[in-house]
Design a protein around this ligand. Structure first.
Ligand SMILES: *Cc1c(COP(=O)(O)O)cnc(C)c1O
Length: 354
């Protein structure tokens, strides 16, 4: 038998959101925080045109996309680093710091990829339990020691949807030593409506050890093409570029992302519709008697404890796939109104028989 790294024996597999169908065939995928909308025609056109060049390798430096991102956010192009989805940029970040003995601090529960990436990079995960549904930033600051090289802050947090406000986040950043990299994972930034929740790009500018992760997968609706990016100071961006597998961001992803930035107005209108649905869904759940933490993302979180898997099964009967975390709770993405109604029907029925 070939011999593999022992860490592979203990790593839980990443579980992608599954699709389910009701008896009558209805199927609503609310398990992966995707955009419920088809890609914009202008984006499809850019991808179709780009298809004619796929015999060639993509631009390894993705110059057009890098410049478009830099221009959109008013940052130097040297501050931008790309990856095949922001989860891959996160992997690149773990590669930049990971080696035996190194610790990476993050909240738990948070984004499922963090523990896997830490294991793969040979780093030790230090998981700081959430306080209720929120990051416990005091405990996270206390968890930092000489071995700590990186801290992930997921804002808003996946899967609880809760967001950290400016004063609290700034106070935390002031406590982190300058040689520890803080990664603000803002995969859901476009859905944030609370004005007290800071845009990480306003925080990184005068903090060389702070960087921001963003993605085209969620609000921009390009999950299937895999493209995300980091914005950070030159040494951070440079380290992330060094750990990118050559040609990781393919040509179609590059042209689709550039076209999406051009069509941003249209895309953000769709985000606004999701935000309105988020309010409707949360209020309906509250009216049904559920406890629902305030959410700044495109999903809601129900802490169901031991009833989590039963709840997911009840939703599946209505054709609704949710993301259950056994023994903890379920994350439900905001979809189109029909999908959300199917979910609310399942939630009401489940609530009624508690
Ligand atoms: C979805 C998600 C990502 C990354 O998605 P990609 O498709 O890899 O860009 C990163 N962080 C969090 C917290 C997410 O929920």
């Amino acid at each position: 038998m070939p011999r593999f790294r022992s860490i592979l024996d203990t790593m839980p597999p990443y579980r992608p959101g599954k699709a389910v169908a009701a008896a009558d065939g209805r199927s609503y995928k609310l398990s992966s925080n995707e955009s419920p909308y088809d890609p914009l025609p202008s984006v499809v056109e850019a991808v179709a045109a780009g298809a004619r060049q796929v015999n060639r390798y993509p631009d390894p430096a993705a110059v057009a996309l890098t410049e478009a991102i830099a221009e959109r956010f008013g940052v130097p192009a040297g501050h931008v680093a790309l990856g095949a989805g922001s989860v891959t940029v996160a992997q690149q970040l773990f590669e930049t710091v990971g080696e035996p003995g190194v610790e990476v601090v993050y909240a738990w529960r948070s984004f499922e990829a963090y523990p896997l990436l830490a294991d793969l990079a040979g780093a030790t995960s230090v998981r700081v339990p959430l306080a209720g549904e929120d990051h416990d930033l005091d405990a996270m600051a206390e968890a930092i020691n000489d071995r700590t090289r990186m801290v992930f802050v997921c804002n808003p947090n996946n899967p609880t949807g809760t967001a950290i406000r400016r004063a609290e986040l700034e106070a935390f950043l002031d406590r982190v030593p300058g040689d520890v990299l803080v990664v603000l994972d803002e995969a859901y930034r476009e859905y944030v409506r609370d004005e007290d929740v800071p845009d990480g790009l306003t925080l990184y500018r005068d903090r060389p050890n702070v960087c921001v992760l963003r993605t085209f997968s969620k609000a921009y609706g390009l999950a299937g093409l895999r493209v995300g990016y980091l914005i950070g100071h030159e040494p951070v961006a440079e380290a992330v570029r060094k750990t990118m597998v050559p040609f990781a961001v393919n040509h179609l992803a590059q042209v689709a992302a550039v076209a999406s930035l051009r069509a941003e107005g249209e895309l953000l209108e769709r985000v606004e519709r999701v935000v309105k649905e988020r309010t409707r869904v949360r209020e309906a759940l509250l009216a049904q008697g559920w406890t629902v933490p305030p959410t700044e993302a495109n999903f809601v979180w129900l802490r169901l404890g031991e009833r989590t898997l039963d709840f997911a099964a009840a939703c599946a009967v209505e054709g609704v796939a949710v993301r259950p975390f056994a023994g903890e709770g379920a994350r439900i993405s905001i979809g189109d109104p029909e999908a959300n109604d199917a979910f609310l029907t399942a939630a009401a029925a489940f609530r009624a028989q508690l």
